[in-house]
Design a protein around this ligand. Structure first.
Ligand SMILES: [Zn+2]
Ligand SMILES: [Zn+2]
Length: 235
């Protein structure tokens, strides 16, 4: 089935996102906008994903668990997983590899943690924007071994993006799928190219008519992961 998806949305846990971007608000808005699936991808943390997944079940929207990881090279990489527990495992690994710099909410923004029912739990203490001590290649391997896939984010955008930082797509790392920043024209030969909102506010979440459309066997995280792992290839 052809499914409109927005696979890059930040919750209120990301300091740069609005405080009303709670997981339940995001998924509710996605439902209103007619999206079949969304991925909530906070910077370097999976801690608001239990709420996103529960909201997905309640609203009937497929929620793909994700994290936008900042690699050692300062490149943003979306890591997607079939299950919440795989994403939580990856989140724990990222946290172990992050420097413990205290967040300054007045400077960077709040990092709001919620429980699975969207109730305020507190704030993440360490700044989630800091790069972790894992390379692009480490992260690709870790995501793949957990059963997920790494998709470089907004590869043609500017700072924190694969092409400006490396100057090319690395050939020694399997990258079946990439995310393109759509206002800059780009084609990545041989890759499945996604586009997404990278929304930090509720209004920025894509409308179904303007969303990336994927052909899915069924509307599940497993089917999404299968498409992203396959890319344009045969296997
Ligand atoms: Zn990014
Ligand atoms: Zn982002």
């Amino acid at each position: 089935m052809k499914s409109p998806v927005d696979l890059h949305i930040h919750s209120c846990l990301s300091p740069c996102a609005d405080d009303d971007m709670t997981p339940w608000n995001i998924v509710g808005m996605a439902k209103l906008k007619g999206l079949a699936a969304v991925a909530v991808c906070d910077h370097n943390s999976a801690r608001n994903l239990p709420a996103a997944c529960k909201a997905g079940r309640e609203y009937g929207v497929c929620v793909l668990p994700g994290i936008e990881v900042t690699s050692r090279e300062d490149v943003h990489l979306l890591c997607y997983f079939e299950t919440l527990s795989q994403a939580m495992d990856m989140g724990m690994r990222i946290e172990r590899e992050q420097p413990h710099i205290k967040n300054k909410p007045e400077l960077f923004g709040h990092q709001i943690l919620v429980d699975e029912d969207d109730t305020f739990l507190g704030e993440a203490e360490h700044l989630l924007l800091a790069a972790c001590n894992l390379s692009i290649s480490d992260l690709a391997q870790a995501a793949w071994e957990l059963g997920g896939v790494m998709v470089p984010a907004h590869i043609n955008k500017g700072a924190n993006s694969l092409l400006p930082v490396l100057g090319m797509l690395p050939e020694n790392i399997a990258l079946p799928t990439v995310e393109i920043f759509r206002t800059v024209p780009h084609r990545a030969a041989g890759k499945l190219c996604l586009h997404a909102s990278d929304a930090h506010t509720l209004v920025d979440i894509r409308e179904a008519e303007d969303a990336c459309v994927l052909e899915l066997q069924e509307l599940t995280p497993a089917a999404l992961i299968q498409v992203l792992r396959k890319g344009k290839g045969e296997t």
